[in-house]
Design a protein around this ligand. Structure first.
Ligand SMILES: Cc1cc2nc3c(=O)[nH]c(=O)nc-3n(C[C@H](O)[C@H](O)[C@H](O)COP(=O)(O)OP(=O)(O)OC[C@H]3O[C@@H](n4cnc5c(N)ncnc54)[C@H](O)[C@@H]3O)c2cc1C
Length: 388
């Protein structure tokens, strides 16, 4: 057993959760390592809709982060003030959202977050650095790296921010097997030349042929569109769906989508990735470990948004790190305060939204009714409040 620490805290994964956690530890005086298997800038399969609360959480840490991010992302982002919802029966609804949100490809967005970490913190950033195994003992955590011959890292605490296929979550036993009822499978690709596609409007298509899920067309600036399809993994497995083929088929034959994509160009391969949904009750803490973001299964089951929850949980985890180092306590009981905060600030709402998703799943008539009813301004205001 190794006893000398290479770091106080090791954050595994430098996506939104890991970057936010490192930013929130900027004044801690702790030796923080932030490691990622990729070299940035790196792509992440996503819808690229950056939810409004993301910047609010970061700005609460430091008022300069918002303007800095805006400056870094100016050439890459587009404001998304409106959404068009197309119900299975064909009725559509245009909504103006309360929260100012924007769309931005994850390649520049996540790179900009990491730039903030470089500028504002003394974090040691280790790229091209995949973890393979974690060993917990009474005195610390040993993190073994995938690259042959690299010395393991040793710290008092490990924060798992390594996304939907989290090695940390698997190693600590928090995500032993895929929970398909709380998991969504999704594919996306970038297109240009999409017709009837205002640059400030994100389109959601709810489809009769899929119980829980939707197809999206989101503008991401520069004439490019992020186009994708997400479906609950239970349904994908039960019907043996090939989502790449389903998306191609939809864009070619759906009465509203086909005319829009008749002259569109596919810019990238169609790529798939998973979304671990909130409401699953996945443990987020244990002795000497915490999980954040997708590793903690904190994606909104209704909309598929997880970037804001990743940032929020990363910041909450940093608060727990500070409390642990102030008291010298890293045991499961003490770390349960983090789990309590995640449940209070994020988890309860996600559980409610999971139930709502289940209520709507497979009931095209109910979605049709909701879209029809939301034409009334009073109900529309309530819908906007409910969804975001
Ligand atoms: C198709 C799709 C569409 C989506 N659309 C949206 C959307 O429009 N808006 C939204 O808010 N959310 C969306 N999401 C969810 C969103 O992408 C995630 O919630 C968000 O990326 C979570 O951030 P994170 O930091 O937890 O994980 P990630 O962003 O996945 O970052 C994890 C990091 O860990 C690194 N890593 C992984 N394994 C290891 C390892 N073994 N060793 C070292 N490093 C490792 C990875 O390289 C990565 O950089 C979508 C997801 C999918 C799949």
């Amino acid at each position: 057993m190794l006893s000398s620490f290479t770091h106080d805290v090791v954050i595994v994964g430098a996506g939104p959760a890991g970057a936010a956690c490192a930013l929130a530890l900027r004044h801690s005086g702790l030796r923080v390592a932030l490691l990622d298997k990729a070299r940035f800038p790196r792509d992440k399969v996503c819808g690229d809709a950056i939810p409004g609360p993301t910047l609010r959480h970061l700005s609460r840490l430091d008022a300069t982060y918002g303007p800095e991010l805006h400056a870094l992302l100016a050439p890459h982002r587009t404001d998304a003030r409106y959404s068009r919802l197309l119900a299975p029966g064909g009725r559509s609804l245009r909504i103006r959202w309360h929260n100012p949100a924007f769309n931005c490809a994850r390649l520049p967005f996540d790179d900009a977050l990491l730039t903030l970490v470089r500028r504002h913190t003394a974090t040691e950033i280790l790229e091209n650095c995949a973890i393979r195994r974690i060993a917990l003992d009474e005195t610390g955590v040993t993190i073994q790296l995938a690259e042959a011959g690299r010395e393991p890292l040793r710290a008092a605490l490990v924060i798992g921010c390594d996304g939907a296929n989290s090695v940390v979550a698997r190693q600590v036993g928090a995500a032993a097997q895929l929970d398909r009822a709380h998991h969504c499978a999704a594919v996306r690709a970038y297109y240009d030349g999409v017709a009837d596609a205002p640059t400030d409007t994100s389109d959601f298509y709810f489809l009769r042929e899929f119980g829980a899920g939707y197809c999206w067309v989101f503008p991401v600036g520069g004439g490019r569109y992020n186009v994708g399809l997400g479906v609950l993994s239970e349904e994908v497995a039960a019907r043996r769906l090939d989502l790449k083929a389903e998306l191609r088929q939809l864009l070619a034959t759906h009465p509203h989508l086909a005319p829009r994509f008749a002259g569109a160009g596919l810019l990238t391969p169609i790529t798939g990735f998973g979304l671990p949904l909130g409401g699953s009750g996945r443990p987020v803490h244990g002795p000497r470990w915490l999980l954040c973001g997708d590793a903690a299964a904190l994606i909104d089951p209704l909309q598929g948004h997880g970037i804001d929850k990743a940032v929020h949980s990363g910041i909450l985890a940093a608060g727990q790190v500070l409390r642990s180092f102030q008291t010298g306590r890293f045991d499961q009981e003490f770390l349960s305060e983090y789990a309590r905060q995640v449940k209070h600030h994020i988890g309860r709402e996600l559980t409610r939204r999971y139930r709502l998703m289940q209520l709507l799943a497979g009931k095209a008539w109910l979605v049709d009714l909701a879209v029809r009813a939301a034409a009334w301004p009073w109900l529309q205001r309530r819908l906007v409040r409910l969804v975001g």
